[in-house]
Design a protein around this ligand. Sequence first.
Ligand code: HBI
Ligand code: FE
Length: 290
Amino acid sequence: MQPLPKASSREADSPSGSGDVRADFTVDQNWERYSDEDHAIWRELFDRQAALLPGRVVPEFLQGLDFLSVAAEGIPDFARLNQLLGKATGWQIVAVPGLVPDEVFFDHLANRRFPATHWIRNRAQLDYLEEPDLFHDVFGHVPLLANPVFADYMQAYGKGGLRACGKGALQYLARLYWYSVEFGLIQTPEGLRIYGAGIVSSKSESIFALESPSPNRVGFDLERVMSTLYRIDDFQETYFVIESFQSLFDVTAQDFAPIYERMNQRPDYDPGVILETDSLLSRGNGSYHR
Ligand code: HBI
Ligand code: FE
């Protein structure tokens, strides 16, 4: 059993989250309890990304933002989002206090429930915080859940995660999530675009991921991604690039068990390595991480 994640320190004092956490780790959002400062922080983060992302983010992200009318004026009420999202792809947002145990997380995804943190960061954390907050989850992850193919991928990922729990293969699924859902890039006719929530919700990484000469950009390959370690505290040394959301969904159709067998035989790769088998879009000079 995974050690339970530390209850987010904000849980105790954040007025917006109700104290009692249910067995599935969900809480009430209590939208009416957000302070003016909470909404002001949402507006500041939203405006910053809205100015930066056109031309950098995959168009489906902006379509999702628009469809769900996630806008600058303030923190969205999950109940309102859920009416639109439910009709579009059957997904629902459920409020949680923060990181939840892996198998709880996978079970929510497998049932088209996206766990979104109910509290938003404070001013001191505007540019970086160590765990996902409401802005990362709702602005970063939710808009693409309105895209039918990506919505199917996220549910298939959750089901794969539940199967992996039983096989001690969680680390491979965590890497797949990290290099796709959190930090993935996608090829489009107009060029490379961002779709990973960790990039989309970060001002500095939205620029770094596409424009810096430092990181490698490598064609997505499932076993390569599952074998590659990642950094949780800084920009990525390598970004993996998918051809389309359909191609990402298609990798989940296969049985992962034989892949886990092969994974257990081969070494893990450090985040910045390049393999001769890689389809290399651009070789980084590593200047940022040196
Ligand atoms: N819990 N609320 C929340 N959000 C996440 O993104 C999350 C999580 N628990 C586990 C987890 N992510 C990672 O282990 C995934 O790679 C599975
Ligand atoms: Fe995330």
